[in-house]
Design a protein around this ligand. Structure first.
Ligand SMILES: Cc1cc2nc3c(=O)[nH]c(=O)nc-3n(C[C@H](O)[C@H](O)[C@H](O)COP(=O)(O)OP(=O)(O)OC[C@H]3O[C@@H](n4cnc5c(N)ncnc54)[C@H](O)[C@@H]3O)c2cc1C
Length: 505
């Protein structure tokens, strides 16, 4: 096993989450010697470490907006029996237009193998503690390891740490959460239960529609492994049972309903159910306490499921998050700050490097449940159209040698509510890797990079930087055909009747 680490790299990427993985692959593919520094001993960030369920859509309606290396990653996962690919949600409200279920262990493996194949080096178990600068230019990083401090130099540093750790250490300006309220979206301690009778769960949802805020059946649009075949669905509710359990003192958690989805493997159910609210996860002391809160909620919710919900009688908790999943912390100030209005109106920018497509999905920072009007409580706002992510959002204000990636890019809390899911983040990651790689190879600063070069390279990699009307029409026709086929075979739906009717029109 060859991994000869060097002292100097063209590009160093802090963090191996969905953004860092894509950034690393893109950077290596433009010819930059690339190192990823990751504090865990595996890749995937929140997607694996915090036990996420599915990859939210790469799509706006049926148009696939995120393409290129992120789709190649999905294809590799499908090949090793690790994903269903994108499944179409019949009712997108609450979970988006498509969901791509994946096996988290395969996710770690595939990401690592793709990186190694492209010559990316991965330095695991190292935590960035310092960023070295010369004037306003980043020159390298210091990482804390088991053997003390280790220094690396680089031409360009990419911050894909989620919280923007590297940018903050470099002195960048940032906003924590929502600029007006000072609050951020809550975290969730995720978990899964195995040995669940999922047909019984489905039947309960089918027979008690009024007990659910939203729910949908999911339709396959391509072939995937027989090992993963089951009827996939998603639902948020069990409100009657939750109320009963809370009143009986059997359930303590920060909301009044539970979201359930299938786990990737038949017989398992995934829970995006707890609300770990009011903690600043970039503050070490608050983060420590939040883990205890999260674990208590997992215990309470899982025991509630076993005691109250049909189908869970013989089940048990099979996996819990290693770290409470953190939805939102710092937004680093860049040359442009993307706003909720930009996202909602579907604004286009000349320096587009990726595209946003997911509704603004802001979980209530104060805990509780569901969506309310406006972004102060918690909301789900559909977009008028896809919007562009400008390259300027990836370039921090006043600092050279640094590129932002993933959830810490320059955007308001509302805009982040849209681009924060994995598809959006992977698209941003791919763009940040091309930008960083080209800057390092050509010896120029991100702020001086010609965006057309970045766009050209992204298109070469297969990214959908601009809408292709013909491709979009083909994707819509294919989805329609798949739904028709699906409906021929299925007699029962949990999806709302009025939504189902539309497909028969
Ligand atoms: C509770 C929850 C539920 C979610 N549900 C969904 C969902 O259903 N579908 C979906 O598509 N998306 C979902 N998301 C969003 C998804 O998790 C994010 O889009 C994605 O993980 C963000 O990727 P990232 O690479 O920017 O950051 P992260 O995933 O946070 O990755 C950051 C990486 O950097 C590393 N790191 C951090 N600091 C340092 C440091 N100082 N030194 C070295 N390494 C460091 C971390 O270990 C991590 O590997 C959810 C998120 C949460 C929190």
């Amino acid at each position: 096993m060859e991994q000869q680490f060097k002292e100097q790299y063209d590009v160093i990427i802090v963090g191996g989450g969905p953004a860092g993985i894509m950034a690393a692959l893109a950077s290596a593919r433009v010819g930059a010697a690339t190192l990823v520094i990751e504090r865990n001993g595996f890749l995937g960030g929140a997607a694996t470490n915090s036990v996420l369920g599915p990859i939210s859509p790469f799509h706006f309606g049926d148009e696939q907006v995120i393409n290129g290396i992120p789709q190649e990653f999905m294809d590799e996962l499908i090949k090793v029996h690790g994903s269903t690919g994108h499944l179409k949600t019949l009712d997108p409200y609450g979970s988006g237009a498509y969901l791509g279920f994946y096996d988290r262990e395969k996710y770690k493996y595939v990401a690592e193998e793709m990186m190694l194949k492209d010559g990316v080096q991965i330095y695991y178990h190292a935590f960035i503690s310092q960023v070295k600068k010369d004037g306003n230019r980043v020159m390298g990083v210091t990482a804390v390891t088991k053997a003390g401090s280790k220094e690396f130099a680089c031409k360009i540093l990419v911050d894909a740490s989620g919280d923007g750790d590297a940018a903050v250490l470099a002195g960048a300006d940032y906003v924590y959460g929502n600029e007006n309220t000072g609050k951020a979206q809550p975290g969730s301690a995720m978990f899964e239960m195995a040995e669940v009778d999922t047909d019984k769960v489905y039947d309960y949802i089918y027979e008690n529609p009024e007990d659910f805020e939203w729910k949908s059946d999911l339709v396959p649009i391509r072939e995937y492994s027989d090992r993963l075949k089951q009827h996939y669905f998603v639902a948020q509710g069990f409100k009657k049972l939750v109320k009963k359990a809370v009143e009986a003192g059997d359930l303590q958690f920060g909301r009044d309903s539970v979201i359930v989805l299938n786990g990737i493997h038949p017989g398992s159910i995934h829970f995006n159910a707890t609300r770990v609210s009011g903690y600043n996860s970039s503050d070490p002391e608050e983060k420590a306490i939040s883990e205890i809160d999260g674990r208590r909620q997992i215990e309470s919710v899982s025991e509630f499921m076993i005691k109250y919900v049909p189908g869970f009688e013989k089940s048990y908790v099979s996996v819990t998050s290693n770290e409470v999943g953190v939805r939102e912390t710092r937004h680093i100030k860049g040359l442009y700050t993307l706003t909720g209005e930009d996202a909602g109106e579907g604004r286009k920018f000349k320096d587009v490097v990726s595209r946003g497509y997911f509704p603004m999905d802001i979980h209530n920072p104060d805990g509780a449940s569901g969506y309310t009007e406006g972004s102060q409580g918690g909301c789900w706002v559909d977009l008028k159209d896809t919007y562009d992510i400008p390259m300027r959002c990836l370039i921090p204000m006043g600092i050279d040698g640094l590129v932002l990636s993933g959830r810490c890019i320059s955007g308001t809390s509302e805009a982040h509510g849209s681009y924060r899911t994995q598809g959006g983040i992977m698209g941003i990651g791919q763009a940040s890797g091309v930008l960083a790689g080209l800057c390092a190879v050509q010896g120029i600063q991100p702020k001086d990079m010609d965006v057309e070069q970045v766009q050209k390279k992204l298109i070469e990699f297969g990214a959908s930087v601009f809408r292709d009307e013909e491709k979009k029409a083909g994707e819509e026709a294919h989805a329609k055909k798949c739904v028709k086929e699906y409906m021929k075979k299925r007699v029962k739906y949990i999806t709302k009747e009025e939504v189902i009717k539309k497909f028969f029109e």
